[in-house]
Design a protein around this ligand. Structure first.
Ligand code: ZN
Length: 354
């Protein structure tokens, strides 16, 4: 457990319970998961970049003054991913960091457009992520699946390219399960992406756009209506619309909640004002996620600790929260049952010992 991530309002033994709890993560970005350890390895490969190679200096480098600074740092890390081998290393090392937190299954959001646009060969890119996925599963036991997302700020050209990469049978990687839309929401209306989501859905992919992170509940409605969203990335502003909450609850459409990220991006002012309680009270299926963990100074275990505090959860409540993510995963039933059983076995033996 990283010492700075110990929430003083959460009992230490609950932190220890979380650290060992088997988990699934559904909303976490590929480049955004590059920890100082990984960035330092990548920066050492590309000494001409401005990114420091010393992990301690990197902790300062990752301390953001504002959102614009965050974007600047994020893009400097994107710029370190220049070769298929960089892609492979990043993906494999992210899985190692996940395994250390007992993540058994993760849907990693990848933006292939950022790499192919930078000149990485598309075939080599797909081979690199697939090689990392298979090796990571064999080495760490963590099962990875992909969500290819459109970087909304890059416009419809990037949507076309992402849809092509996700649906072309000769390119589409075996681990791909879903299609997403990220980036800023202001000025990037969801409905314009309908044709690309239609193509992805027709090709058998699940629809998981970000919506309602920095704009109002109408964006979530748009994602549901036009993009046929099966889960919503963030969906924070849904709390402003009781009809929407009732709809999400009734249709069992999960929200991918990332509490610390919402504070870092100023989508929510303080953790105590986070609407997660409204979501659970309305019966919405809430999953806990870390988004861009090292960049927001968090990790998945810390997000569970935050949720425990905000929702007043004990061990059983946390186990149920972990099972929500399993339920909402695009994983087959035997795979889900395996993780659920692991969660139950772990929780009962923990409670029996305490
Ligand atoms: Zn995100």
């Amino acid at each position: 457990m990283t010492e700075h991530l110990v929430d003083p309002d959460v009992p230490r033994d609950l932190h220890a319970f979380i650290a060992g709890l088997p988990k699934a993560e559904l909303h976490v970005h590929h480049v955004g998961s590059a920890s100082p350890r990984i960035v330092s390895e990548l920066a050492a490969r590309h000494p001409d970049s401005m990114v420091p190679t010393d992990p301690e200096a990197l902790v300062d480098y990752f301390t953001f003054t504002d959102f614009a600074h965050f974007i600047q740092v994020y893009l400097s890390v994107v710029d370190l991913i220049r070769t298929p081998e960089d892609v492979r290393l990043l993906t494999y090392e992210v899985a190692r960091d996940m395994a250390r937190q007992q993540v058994r299954y993760a849907e990693l959001t990848i933006t292939p457009y950022s790499s192919t646009r930078r000149g990485i060969d598309e075939r080599a890119f797909m081979d690199a992520i697939e090689d990392a996925r298979k090796t990571a599963e064999a080495d760490f036991g963590t099962v990875l699946r992909w969500c290819f997302d459109i970087p909304g700020e890059a416009g419809l050209e990037s949507a076309e390219e992402t849809a092509r990469l996700a649906t072309d049978d000769r390119l589409r990687p075996e681990g791909l399960v879903s299609f997403g839309l990220g980036g800023p929401e202001i000025g990037v209306a969801r409905p314009q992406f309908k044709p690309y989501f239609d193509r992805a859905i027709a090709a058998g992919l699940h629809s998981v756009p970000h919506a309602g992170e920095t704009t109002g509940p109408q964006t979530v409605w748009d994602a549901l209506t036009h993009l046929r969203a099966e889960r919503i990335g963030h969906g924070t502003s849904s709390a402003q619309d009781p009809k929407l909450l009732a709809h999400l609850a009734e249709r069992r459409i999960p929200l991918e909640v990332c509490p610390t990220s919402n504070i870092a991006t100023r989508a929510v002012r303080t953790l105590d004002e986070h609407p997660i309680k409204e979501f659970t009270r309305a019966g919405v299926l809430v999953t806990i996620n870390s988004d861009d963990p090292p960049m927001f100074g968090t990790d998945l275990n810390n997000e569970y600790a935050v949720a425990a505090r905000l929702l007043g959860l004990d061990e059983r409540g946390l186990a149920d929260l972990a099972k929500n993510a399993v339920e909402a995963a695009f994983l087959d039933e035997p795979g889900k049952a395996r993780i659920r059983d692991e969660i139950d076995t772990y929780t009962s033996s923990w409670l029996a010992a305490s």
